[in-house]
Write a protein that binds this ligand. Structure first.
Ligand code: ZN
Length: 307
């Protein structure tokens, strides 16, 4: 009995140590993947599964246009094997950080670069000359997901079959989403397909599904909407007899409220049709915390408010 009593704590310690070592071993071979936006992190989680160690920089409600890397982020960035980011100057305040990572031999992959220029909406108002909100075309997202799979497979060929399998399954889900969006939008008469939001995030959505899109702020939230913009857009809302405008989860409410107040001051009423997720997903444990859930939420919100 005495022996057992002495051995037990040692054995426990030994098992704990083995457990720790094993845990470390299982982690050490895995790719460390860092993603900037929550849309990209969601996709990496699906494609990488348990074969990668995933870190995301920007959580729910975080605006990528204004995001600056914190001191803590720099550690995560340097430790990563691969950094996936949107590019096209979406993460406008992080360009120099990505350049520094390149020097440190971290692979930085702007997924937006996988898109042919013909798929991009040009914009002279934006630093990259293109609208960076490319994820609102599901077809673009399929191309960017495929690029992610290729990069993961090159860096980690041992798990290439798993990446391939998960990508094929996910693309099938994205195609189902695409058909669902088309069927939902078809219930809204073309004359009602006008989307007024806090900033210009929905041009790709508009182009694909026949919506006229008006953003109170421009393509980047780094510019404040001027009074003239508010006046111009409130006149547009009245002219087109719009019944709803939308707020965005990553942009302060006041920008759209000032527009609503301006419409009211002209003796017209426009309601706030709901919150759209534009540049960030919802909380990770919510339905809107995934790309597909976010898109379904947005379309349902838009259709029911504009009908
Ligand atoms: Zn944006």
């Amino acid at each position: 009995m005495n022996i057992n009593r002495n051995i037990l704590p040692i054995l426990t310690l030994f098992l704990l140590l083995v457990g720790c070592v094993k845990k470390d071993e299982s982690h050490s071979g895995k790719l460390k993947v860092l993603c900037t936006t929550s849309m990209i992190a969601d996709t990496a989680k699906i494609i990488g599964g348990d074969d990668i160690i995933l870190n995301g920089l920007m959580g729910a409600g975080v605006d990528p246009h204004l995001y600056k890397a914190s001191e803590g982020d720099v550690g995560k960035l340097v430790e990563a094997d691969i950094i996936f980011y949107n590019g096209l100057h979406l993460e406008g305040k992080m360009v120099s950080v990505f350049e520094r990572m390149d020097e440190k031999k971290v692979r930085t992959i702007p997924l937006g670069d996988a898109l042919d220029k013909k798929r991009l909406i040009e914009s002279e108002h934006f630093a990259s000359n293109f609208d960076p909100h490319v994820w609102f075309s599901v077809q673009n997202w399929i191309i960017m997901t495929t690029r992610m799979k290729v990069v993961l497979s090159e860096k980690d060929p041992m798990n290439a079959d798993q990446y391939e399998e998960r990508t094929a399954k996910y693309i099938a889900e994205l195609k189902t989403l695409q058909s669902w969006i088309v069927s939902q939008v078809s219930t809204l008469p073309p004359s009602k397909r006008i989307l007024v939001t806090a900033h210009d995030a929905f041009e790709y959505f508009g182009k694909e599904y026949g919506f006229k899109v008006v953003g109170l702020q421009g393509l980047s939230t780094a510019t404040e909407a001027g009074v003239r913009d508010v006046q111009k857009i409130s006149a547009f809302i009245i002219e087109n007899n719009l019944n709803a405008i939308f707020v965005e989860s990553s942009i302060p409410l006041r920008t759209v409220q000032s527009l609503q107040a301006s419409v009211r001051s002209k003796k017209h009423e426009v309601k706030i049709g709901g919150t759209l997720f534009s540049d960030a997903l919802g909380d990770t444990d919510s339905l809107e915390g995934t790309y597909i859930g976010m898109y379904r939420h947005n379309v349902q919100t838009i259709i029911s408010a504009l009908k």
